[in-house]
Write a protein that binds this ligand. Structure first.
Ligand code: GAP
Length: 456
């Protein structure tokens, strides 16, 4: 994990937020390569979930909504984690996470036998006594307008899907969709997590990619199975290894206040084993019933064919964009023996980042073999031409081995070298990151060649 974090910082994928001030409470910024990667993840999700489907439409709703939304959704009352404090060192922990960690790996000096409840656990930092668990609400508060009191209280959304529920009627009336159909949204969500950490895995500000599929209650189980399959397929189609991700069903005790059933896609993390990557939830008629009740607007649906009236059930797919990025980076990180031909580093291991071509931040690197003016002019022309279609990087510094190595560790699928022969034969050499095979391609055919490779 440390190696990945260091690569991500060194190559401009992820920076700590406000780093020059010492960082800030589990917030992160995405650098030049990070923003490309996360945008590509969101694009791939949108293509699969909206663009290629007739039965899902998109939405971009406001982050700050009427505070009643969060009362109706149950978040004001129930969106809480159990919190314990150490009476001695004052450190703060999530009781459920602590119990899980200590049960998996009991510290037998501090705990004579595996703990049955949080009461059997002492502070993992100093051995001090812990307080009774108390509930800590995760909603982030803000105030709207000039006065800061209960009348101006509002919340930053804790999950993007609530914006979808309150627009259900608008979309039904304006888009000519009939049930079953879905509404998808990508956007920021905020949670005042008690124990954030593990890098970008759990942050206080993060992006969700959520789709809510509205169905007849009688068909909810069928659609639930369908969407489970779709979500797993999406990750695998984008290169997640079979052994790196798996399903896990939530027990009854774990279910969120809105969920009738929940399965997580988990990934094999280097920080404590299997961790949640994404979820598929059967939210029943909870959300639309509650919003009908709190707003006074009837959100039930009348089937235009059968005239049956019902409150739709919702099958939700929920993915974190940042968490998906972390999983794709971990899944793709590989250290190999020297492969690039970088003479200076021939005794070191090299990193190859295996990213699906559609996710790679840079698709093509153009590398002129010499600093000769004519060669550089041709290389620049090629770069400008390719940049019309793809994120393309021009790199003229260092040996060719070093430049291949730089591209391998950020997952660039193709490197184009412009060499001394280019002026004569009007051809360039294309190197494939995966096979390291090299092909000589005519400049005039380069774009079609790469299009075939990158977009097929
Ligand atoms: N609307 C349902 C919902 O929000 P969730 O399990 O709380 O369900 C869904 O969150 C996904 O959002 C998670 O699987 C994860 O990918 C992402 N997520 C949740 N909390 C997060 C956090 N603090 N930091 C980063 N990603 C988070």
């Amino acid at each position: 994990m440390d190696k990945l974090i260091s690569l991500a910082k060194r190559r401009g994928f992820v920076f700590q937020s406000s780093e020059i001030y010492g960082g800030f409470g589990s917030c992160y910024d995405y650098g030049p390569l990070g923003v490309e990667l996360i945008n590509n993840i969101k694009k791939a999700w949108w293509q699969a979930m909206v663009q290629k489907r007739d039965d899902v439409v998109g939405l971009d709703s406001a982050i700050i909504m009427h505070p009643k939304v969060w009362e109706a959704s149950g978040h004001v009352e129930s969106f809480a984690d159990p919190l314990v404090d150490c009476k001695k060192c004052k450190k703060r922990f999530r009781a459920d996470h602590l119990l899980e960690a200590v049960s998996m790996k009991p510290d037998l000096e501090a705990h004579k036998e595996p703990p049955k409840s949080i009461k059997d656990i002492v502070c993992p930092e100093c051995g001090g006594e812990l307080t009774e668990p108390r509930n800590f609400n995760l909603l982030m508060k803000t105030f709207i307008g000039a006065v800061e009191d209960a009348t101006s209280l509002a919340y930053l959304r804790g999950e993007t899907c609530q914006g979808i529920y309150v627009n259900f009627k608008n979309i039904l009336d304006s888009s000519r969709q009939k049930l079953p159909f879905g509404i998808a949204q990508i956007g920021k969500a905020f949670r005042n997590e008690i124990t954030p950490g593990n890098y970008i895995f759990r942050t206080r500000e993060f992006e969700q990619m959520e789709m809510q599929f509205f169905v007849n209650p009688k068909e909810a189980d069928k659609w639930y199975d369908y969407w489970k399959e779709q979500r797993m397929k999406w990750y695998k189609d984008l290169g997640m290894k079979d052994e790196f991700i798996r399903w896990r069903r939530h027990s009854k005790e774990e279910l969120a206040h809105y969920a009738k059933a929940a399965w997580d896609i988990e990934f094999d993390s280097p920080f404590g084993g299997w961790k949640e990557l994404a979820g598929v939830h059967n939210r029943s008629d909870w959300d639309l019933s509650r919003h009908s009740q709190y707003s006074g607007v009837d959100l039930s649906y009348i089937d235009p064919v059968t005239n049956e009236k019902y409150v739709p059930y919702i099958v939700e797919t929920s993915d974190g964009a940042g968490r998906a990025m972390l999983a794709f980076l971990l899944n793709g990180y590989e250290e190999v023996e020297t492969r690039s031909g970088d003479e200076e580093a021939k005794h070191e291991k090299e990193v190859v980042l295996h990213l699906h071509k559609s996710l790679a931040p840079i698709k093509v690197a153009v590398l002129p073999l010499s600093k000769k003016e004519e060669l550089q002019r041709v290389a620049h022309e090629i770069k400008d031409n390719l940049a019309e279609n793809w994120m393309t990087q021009y790199d003229e510094t260092g040996s060719i081995g070093k430049r291949y190595r730089r591209q391998d560790e950020i997952g660039t699928p193709y490197c184009v070298t412009v060499d001394f022969e280019t002026a004569n034969d009007k051809k360039v050499t294309v190197r494939d990151i995966l096979t390291m095979g090299q092909e000589r391609i005519a400049i005039g055919e380069l774009k079609d060649y790469l299009r075939e490779k990158l977009e097929k």
